[in-house]
Design a protein around this ligand. Structure first.
Ligand SMILES: NC(=O)c1ccc[n+]([C@@H]2O[C@H](COP(=O)([O-])OP(=O)(O)OC[C@H]3O[C@@H](n4cnc5c(N)ncnc54)[C@H](O)[C@@H]3O)[C@@H](O)[C@H]2O)c1
Length: 327
């Protein structure tokens, strides 16, 4: 009954690994440490350093640890990087996932929870976005994830395994207990970057695009606290073990904040008025995207515990301060 967590040394995966261990689950982590950190993995979870695309390694690991469920976080995740080098994203995200799924089926794995993204929707006209909206990704990153969703659906149907695809909106914040957070040094995520600017780790914050058709001209996103997202993963595992059918679910709060509103929250919570530089739009960024998250609440019996932008920011700030003290 071991859970294999790919990408468990990364930001979101490491939160889920901690929460799985807290729940008494047996966990093994597979991560190539491309953007993850060995120290992010708790001692109770063995870390295998390797690539999800290495089918032989994954097969050995599944057999050795008796893996019955896979939580698949491992991926390259930067939209602008995927626009510059699409092949790298299809290789790592799509082909890597194919090798993983094949090994999982051969190894008799029963359940898969897959980290997908709101980027599969592109620039939807209808807000909030339900899972039934036709996906139309704007970037190779989004397409690489949509292709993986499709492969998983078809492979699962043929092999008789069940899955939950979780389409995350914007993930932010850190473990409220202070055990873990987002450690990537030059993250492109807004909350992390703004917190770094507030702490003087960046001399300014870049704001990309001020002429979008949104109330204040900046992009609107649905920010979900990483611990609430982690709780959704544990609920997804329980759901699958209960014999329920495969499902694709949005993960968000159903409420959007503009870039300017998030920056105001970081300034308010930190008490620092850092410099913000207005830049042109970035390719691949939709104007607004907010989740219709009712299906996740209904199917997983999930409720948010940290649905508050100031709480998200204060946890991100606390983690960034810890990182500064460790440096
Ligand atoms: N952070 C967000 O807001 C967000 C939003 C939507 C979806 N997601 C998805 O959530 C997942 C986790 O994202 P994150 O923010 O924690 O990123 P992250 O970069 O912190 O974590 C990714 C982890 O995967 C590992 N990895 C990458 N390629 C690998 C490979 N081929 N083999 C083994 N390990 C590999 C990295 O070393 C890293 O530890 C990703 O699949 C990402 O696409 C994230």
């Amino acid at each position: 009954m071991t859970v294999l967590v790919t990408g468990g040394a990364g930001y979101i995966g490491s939160h889920v690994v901690h929460d799985l261990i807290d729940r008494g689950e047996r966990v093994v982590v597979l991560d190539n440490l491309a953007t993850g950190f060995r120290i992010a993995v708790p001692a109770e979870a063995p870390l295998v350093v390797g690539d999800v695309g290495d089918g032989a390694l994954v097969a050995d690991l599944i057999a050795e640890h008796g893996v019955s469920a896979v939580m698949h976080f491992a991926a390259s995740t930067v939209v602008s990087e995927s626009v510059a080098d699409p092949a790298a994203y299809y290789r790592n995200n799509t082909m890597g996932s194919l090798a993983l799924f094949e090994a999982a089926v051969r190894g008799g794995v029963k359940h898969v929870v897959f980290s997908s993204t709101a980027a599969v929707y592109g620039n939807p006209v209808q807000q909030p976005v339900g899972e039934d909206v036709r996906p139309a990704p704007l970037s190779p990153y989004g397409t690489s994830k949509l292709m993986t969703e499709t492969m998983l659906r078809e492979i699962a149907a043929a092999a008789g395994l069940s899955y939950v695809v979780l389409r995350y909106f914007n993930v932010a914040g850190a473990d409220p207990k202070g055990r873990i957070g987002q450690s990537s040094r030059m993250a492109t995520h807004l909350v992390k970057a703004a917190v770094q600017a507030a702490l003087g780790l960046r001399d300014h914050l870049d704001m990309f695009g001020t002429d979008y058709p949104t109330p204040d001209g900046t992009c609107v996103r649905d920010y979900i606290h990483v611990s609430d997202l982690s709780a959704a993963h544990l609920a997804a595992l329980t759901y699958l073990r209960g014999g329920r059918e495969s499902v694709t679910l949005n993960c968000g709060y159903g409420r959007g904040y503009s870039v300017r509103e998030v920056i105001a929250a970081v300034k308010r919570v930190s008490g620092v008025d850092f410099h913000v530089a207005e830049r042109p739009r970035r390719p691949g960024d939709p104007a607004a995207i907010v989740a219709d998250a009712r299906a996740m609440q209904r199917e997983l019996s999930w409720t948010a515990a940290h649905d508050d932008i100031d709480t998200i920011v204060s946890h991100a700030l606390a983690w960034e301060r810890q990182l500064m003290m460790q440096a």
